[in-house]
Design a protein around this ligand. Structure first.
Ligand code: RP5
Length: 195
């Protein structure tokens, strides 16, 4: 299985991380292939929680028609949450939100020139009426967008709620198990240039 059997006209498929025949519940989109270094952490986190999702490049500026099509058809295809990552003049999350009633979570990708402050403000400063849930710049934002998506989906999907609960409990357990930083093993190095 996968996405809805009948693809919307002109729809360009990306990759799908689906398990057990489930269709994607989360759509991870990003403005450029160069955003993958950051957005891969959203995909990885959803994968760890076994949340079926799809990933693809959809640019607000370079492929505006595709963006409109993606956002306008996502709900019909069974997507329940959209995570949109973009850098610089980051219009992707806001424009996506303008074309769907699904929750849109925006991840500001760290830009070279302004370190992602431009991305953050572009995504966060939406006018009243079209909300975008804005996360932190870079890897933390990508991970948290996935966790927030799982939390949102958990209201309806019990297995996802329990996976999210387990993730949180294990995280707490790891911190409590290593109370003294002078004796604890060093934390695993974060990967990715946007960390
Ligand atoms: C944005 O411009 C993308 O989201 C990306 O973060 C940034 C740079 O894109 P590339 O020039 O690397 O394709 O639209």
């Amino acid at each position: 299985m996968g996405m809805a059997s009948k693809k919307p006209k002109g729809f360009i498929s990306g990759s799908k991380q689906v398990r057990d025949g489930a269709h994607p519940l989360v759509g991870i989109i990003m403005g450029s292939g160069s955003d993958w270094d950051t957005m891969k952490f959203a995909s990885k986190t959803l994968g760890e929680l076994r949340v079926p999702h799809e990933t693809r490049v959809v640019s607000a500026h370079r492929t505006p028609d595709l963006l409109f099509e993606y956002a306008a058809t996502a709900e019909k295809r069974g997507i329940e949450v959209i995570i949109a990552g973009a850098g610089g003049a980051a219009h992707l999350p806001g424009m996506t939100a303008s074309k769907t009633v699904l929750p849109v979570l925006g991840v500001p990708v760290e830009s070279r020139a302004l370190k992602g402050l431009d991305s953050l403000l572009s995504i966060a400063q939406m006018p009243a009426g079209i909300p975008v849930g804005t996360l932190a710049i870079g890897r933390s934002g990508a991970v948290n967008a996935a966790l927030l998506a799982a939390s949102i989906l958990g209201a309806k999907h019990r297995a996802i709620r329990e996976a999210f609960r387990k993730f949180r409990a294990e995280q707490t357990g790891r911190v409590l198990a290593n109370p003294d930083p002078s004796t604890a093993p060093p934390p695993a190095k974060k990967k990715g240039k946007h960390a």
